[in-house]
Design a protein around this ligand. Structure first.
Ligand code: NAD
Length: 349
């Protein structure tokens, strides 16, 4: 198998397209040959970085030096660009959310099979260290029997940019951030998702969801709350993980937080004054009755995504992001939208 790098073209050289170019710099497996963007200033940026600025998408497809097309355009254009690139014999890396719905994804997968080219979605947040740390905590079993977790991201500046606020471009926070949080969640809690309930929110009256609360129940009885907000002015933890003998908390992306677990010598709780009353149930534990430990931080390198993509395209490894996994999450989001519309909890699997 040749070890020459595969030539790659980035279609859509906006915020994320440029980020891919930065991440790919210096990699021996893939080399960015050029970009195509419908905006002149993004084409100029590509030229200023020493890249080729293809005049059209067709010119990208016609270049035999391009083996891989990376799609980083707004969400509504992923399907037709992916199908065209696969049909032209290119392997494709596609930004998340893969498309607007499962029907579009099915068309892409059919094109991928027909052309015998790899199609892989950039679910890069599987490499987030906060997520990998939660995964390790659950695998270590330090919290006792795990029964509930919360996974959230919150901002206060509303939905950024232009197309993300527009429904027909595939805007909204479920497709933008929900897809990441749900994609990871299902690796933390095994088994079928039996029921979900979703409430989207529109606090400033946008046409797309500005955030949501999504409650999931798994077949083992565990539950999860996934929350995304863009009109939220106080921080809440990225992660809260509850087990029968401990709680883990990750505050933010700097990985501040820790684990509090049951210690050896907790006596009977004494009532404390709480507001206008007394409580024994909610009295805090004593120092002797708990053990505080730091998070077992897991390190990662998101460039392993691209390395795996190349090896998968060469038939040497299975893709780390499979289209079946991506389809399950797309169906989950579709069911979440339906739950919101109906105002009901819905069975899922
Ligand atoms: P952006 O608006 O910054 O960039 C999109 C670019 O695509 C723009 O420069 C626009 O001119 C160009 N474009 C639009 N239609 C095109 C077409 N038909 N052909 C060529 N170029 C076209 O948006 P963004 O934030 O970079 O998001 C792009 C994609 O990346 C979205 O799917 C988004 O969900 C995804 N994204 C992923 C992550 C991640 O962490 N995986 C982060 C941000 C964005």
């Amino acid at each position: 198998m040749s070890s020459a790098p595969l030539g790659l073209a980035i279609v859509g050289f906006g915020g994320m397209g440029h980020e891919h170019q930065r991440k790919l710099e210096g990699m021996k497996e893939l080399v960015v040959k050029g970009t195509f963007d419908v905006k002149a200033d993004r084409q100029s940026l590509a030229l200023s970085l020493g890249l080729k600025a293809y005049p059209t998408f067709q010119a990208v497809l016609a270049d035999p030096g391009v083996a891989v097309v990376l799609i980083a355009t707004p969400n509504d254009s992923h399907k037709h660009l992916a199908v065209a690139a696969l049909t032209a014999g290119k392997h494709v890396i596609c930004e998340k959310p893969v498309a607007l719905n499962t029907a579009e994804l099915d068309e892409i997968v059919a094109a991928s099979k027909k052309a015998d080219r790899l199609f892989m979605v950039h679910q890069n947040r599987r490499w987030d260290e906060d997520y990998l740390t939660v995964k390790k905590i659950l695998a270590d079993g330090t919290l006792g029997k795990f029964y509930h977790l919360e996974s959230r991201v919150l901002g206060s500046r509303g939905i950024p940019g232009d197309w993300r606020k527009v429904e027909r471009f595939g805007g909204g926070m479920m497709l933008d951030w929900g897809v990441h949080l749900l994609d990871r969640l299902v690796f933390l809690i095994p088994g079928r998702i039996t029921q979900i309930f979703c409430k989207l929110n529109y606090p400033t009256g946008q046409e797309v969801d500005e955030g949501f609360h999504l409650f999931l129940t798994f077949e083992g009885g565990q539950t999860a709350l996934v929350e995304v907000g863009t009109c939220h002015y106080q921080p809440l933890p990225l992660w809260l993980v509850l087990g029968t003998r401990g709680t883990a908390l990750i505050k933010d992306w700097s990985l501040e937080g820790g684990i509090v677990a049951v210690g050896g010598r907790e006596g009977d709780a004494k009532p404390i004054v709480a507001g206008a009353g007394l409580t024994k149930t909610m009295a805090p534990r004593t120092e002797a009755g708990e053990v505080r430990s730091p998070l077992p931080v897991v390190k990662s390198d998101v460039r392993d995504f691209y390395r795996n993509f190349v090896r998968a395209a060469q038939g040497l490894e299975a893709p780390l992001v499979s289209n079946d996994e991506v389809r399950r999450i797309m169906r989950l989001m579709e069911t979440a939208f339906e739950s919101h519309r109906n105002g009901q909890a819905l069975p899922f699997e």
